[in-house]
Design a protein around this ligand. Structure first.
Ligand SMILES: O=C([O-])CC(=O)C(=O)O
Length: 158
């Protein structure tokens, strides 16, 4: 199984059609178009307290999948939290929701895919769930399963 960035999602899919492929069209906002890692998750709604805590702790090469319920009403990550993710060894962040500071985020050595942007920040009450199975865009994201992302999309171990 490919764990380096020497892959394309198309080739991975051709080799293994049981991979899940995300139909949801997320935009690439990070400085790394291609990233892979084991999945960790957060489920939250307009509250990025848990996201901030996690990305400020060791990532060990994981990809944080954030199910923000598709809300574009406030950002779940900006440049400071994204910079902390780089410092802490996260490979990338996939967000069913919005980010902000897109120019600065685009300069970081981090994979970032999200639905869109909004300058409005989220609250930090810390409500939500960590490392639960989350589901969006036709894919089930299970903590510990591997995710690969490139310019064509995102594929995930079933
Ligand atoms: O603090 C936030 O909610 C997001 C943010 O602006 C940052 O990460 O820089």
């Amino acid at each position: 199984m490919t764990t380096t960035t020497d892959f394309t999602t198309c080739d991975l899919y051709d080799e293994n059609e049981s991979l899940q492929s995300l139909s949801l069209q997320l935009t690439n906002f990070g400085g790394l178009a291609r990233f892979t890692g084991p999945i960790r998750t957060v489920k939250c709604y307009r509250d990025n307290g848990l996201v901030k805590d996690l990305l400020n702790s060791p990532g060990e090469g994981a990809v944080l999948v954030i199910d923000g319920e598709g809300s574009l009403d406030s950002a779940l990550m900006g440049d400071l939290i994204a910079a902390a993710a780089v410092e802490n060894g996260w490979a990338g962040v996939v967000i069913n929701g919005a980010i902000r500071d897109r120019v600065e985020v685009g300069q970081l050595q981090l994979g970032v895919k999200a639905l869109g942007t909004n300058p409005r920040k989220s609250v930090k009450d810390g409500k939500g769930e960590v490392d639960v199975v989350v589901d969006f865009g036709g894919v089930t994201f299970t903590p510990g399963k591997r995710l690969w992302s490139d310019e064509d999309g995102i594929v995930v171990e079933p």
